[in-house]
Design a protein around this ligand. Structure first.
Ligand code: SF4
Ligand code: SF4
Length: 457
């Protein structure tokens, strides 16, 4: 393909991502698109996701193909100047959710989320960035820093004037909710209470990846995963170091910081041997499985990537006994990164074996990490949710006030059936609570509930 590329001028800078198999790196990668237009199809009804921004806007500029064309022009220097900071390029990429769907669903593997991260990285390298890159990109690190004063922050975040100002300064849309810190992080609970608790004999061992989001904002889910894994006879380990995949740094194109952060995490995980690495947040698992091979791209990242599995994949792989979920009706919003990197077959099979009746939605929830909370993206984010998620919630009446909670022991119960909205992604659950009265629960929580396990918290 290289001989056909009209490359007139090299784009400046050293590429941050590895473009394996590409003869001219980024330049040939963006020429993967052959223009057939599968990215303009309505894929959600068939369980697909590509391309949510096109489905929401019906504008070619906001399709994978439209973006690929603009990047090709940038690389060739024909209609656009060969500059990373070209306004046309940034306009084309602005509404890309970095959902990863095109990397898998496009027949040629046009991987726009990687190209977007590269463009943002090259554009802002060594320069002042938009505030949202700092506030959202470094959120896991910030959360770690402010943990000692988290209760105060939770209170302050309820003060309307102050919250509005803080969101404005951080580049966050004023209509978005502020996440509430848990009273105790998972890591604190694990090191002070759970790790040393007596356990029965285990037949297998895993490393549980305690991701930053779940650790600070939803530790009940990691605790539920511990309970479910132990119920299956598995010994759970958690690495001593605080580890984070750093996905927000990747999606905001802060790739030097992202690489340093991810390298540390990979080193810590690689030192744990060869047991499976299980997590509860799909986007973090996808980062360890996929982005790390492009960004860190060393032997350790490959060793770690092959060990990473979703909870459902792991439980199926060991033939774990499952609870009876025959009374459960689950509307499932799969995370777009899970759909792209792991697929949803294991979750479908596991829930079916447990007897649950499920409806798996196609399409993206529209939040997609930092995308939907950034100023200027709210309308598109909601329009993406309107493709599949919100109509499904309305149809089932969940937007009208049904609440679903496990872990605390309270669950939504309509007659004899337990109705839940299952969403493993923190983003998806945030979108559900921001845009409806429903509340998403995770697979780990549903399994723990099915076993009658109260996570030891
Ligand atoms: S991005 Fe992929 S699906 Fe869309 S037109 Fe190009 S090759 Fe086809
Ligand atoms: S990453 Fe998602 S939103 Fe962006 S071009 Fe690909 S499919 Fe579309």
């Amino acid at each position: 393909r290289l001989t056909q590329l009209p490359l007139r001028q090299e784009l400046p800078g050293t590429l941050a991502m590895a473009y394996e198999g590409e003869s001219a790196g980024f330049a040939s990668a963006v020429h993967r698109c052959t223009g057939v237009g599968k990215c303009r199809a309505d894929s959600a009804a068939g369980g697909g996701i590509m391309c949510p921004s096109y489905q929401a806007t019906r504008d070619e500029r906001h399709s994978t193909r439209g973006r690929a064309r603009v990047l090709q022009e940038m690389v060739s220097g024909d209609l656009l100047e060969p500059r990373w900071d070209s306004p046309e390029v940034h306009e084309a990429l602005d509404l890309c959710l970095s959902c990863k769907a095109c990397g898998t669903e496009c027949p040629t593997g046009t991987d726009m989320s990687t190209y977007k991260a590269e463009v943002l990285h090259q554009t802002y390298k060594g320069k002042l960035r938009p505030m949202k890159h700092y506030s959202l990109g470094f959120l896991p690190q910030l959360a770690r820093l402010v943990t000692p004063v988290a209760p105060v922050l939770n209170k302050v975040s309820g003060l309307p004037g102050l919250t509005t100002l803080a969101k404005k300064m951080a580049g966050i849309d004023g209509r978005r909710s502020i996440p509430q810190f848990a009273s105790t992080t998972f890591r604190k609970w694990w090191t002070t209470t759970a790790e040393a608790a007596p356990r029965s004999r285990a037949n297998a061992e895993v490393v549980l990846f305690a991701d930053s989001w779940s650790n600070h904002f939803a530790p009940r889910i990691l605790a539920a995963a511990v309970a479910v894994l132990e119920q299956a006879g598995v010994h759970v380990r958690v690495v001593d170091q605080t580890v984070c995949c750093g996905l927000p740094l990747i999606s905001t194109g802060q790739l030097d910081a992202a690489k340093a952060n991810l390298s540390e995490t990979i080193t810590a995980l690689d030192a744990t041997g060869d047991v499976p690495i299980i997590g509860v947040e799909p986007s973090c698992l996808a980062t360890l499985k996929d982005d790390s091979l492009k960004l860190v791209a060393d032997e350790a990242s490959h060793r770690v990537a092959v060990r990473v599995q979703t909870l459902a994949q792991y439980l199926l792989s060991i033939g774990a006994e499952l609870p009876d979920l025959s009374g459960v009706e689950a509307l499932v919003q799969p995370h777009c990164h899970q759909s792209a990197i792991f697929g949803n077959a294991a979750d479908k099979e596991l829930l079916a074996r447990a007897g649950a009746s499920t409806e798996f939605l196609g399409g993206c929830c529209g939040l997609a990490g930092n995308f939907g909370v950034e100023e200027g993206h709210y309308e598109t984010s909601v329009a993406v949710a309107e493709v599949a998620l919100l109509p499904a919630l309305r149809k089932r009446g969940r937007a009208a006030g049904v609440e679903a909670r496990t872990g605390s022991g309270a669950v939504a119960d309509s007659g004899e059936r337990l109705q839940v909205v299952l969403a493993d992604g923190y983003s998806c659950r945030t979108q559900i609570t921001d845009l409806s009265n429903a509340e998403g629960v995770s697979l780990a929580e549903i399994l723990a509930w099915g076993w009658g396990l109260e996570p030891r918290r």
